[in-house]
Design a protein around this ligand. Sequence first.
Ligand code: QAP
Ligand code: CO
Length: 156
Amino acid sequence: MALRNVVCRGDEILAKKAKEVKEINGRILEILDDMRETMHESNGIGIAAPQVGILKQMFIVEVDDTFIELINPKILETEGTQVDEEGCLSVPGFVGKVERPQYVKISGLNREGETVVYEATDLVARALCHENDHLHGILFIDKAFDIRDVELDVED
Ligand code: QAP
Ligand code: CO
């Protein structure tokens, strides 16, 4: 496992559409493991492959005891709306309010290549939508309002 560099806003890769994963092999699993390690290192709750420079449809969301890893995800249903502040590992130093669905139902493949379906609300629903947006070249900052800059964490 290894830490990967996080691509920041301004890099054109973040604006591109990620490609479908055709075969789940060792290389894909290694990228997923590295993404998780990289996310933990920055205390993030979600990361998508394009953020580490890999233009493939996959992301991770980890909120408390909920860990969701999805390959080729597809949002099947949404319900309601919620508004709250978000940040992004690729947009360090900024947060902004974003309107998201209150509920999402999403499907995709797990690392075994099995189709899985998740239903989520609140923060997990928000994170799933945020990460899914990355696969379509969309950053939270593109849809955020009341954007403000925050103190960057000083790592020890
Ligand atoms: C997306 O983002 C998210 O600027 C995941 O200095 C965020 O984990 C979805 C982070 C909020 C829903 C709600 C950002 C860490 C982490 C920073 C993140 C920073 C340190 C962002
Ligand atoms: Co993000």
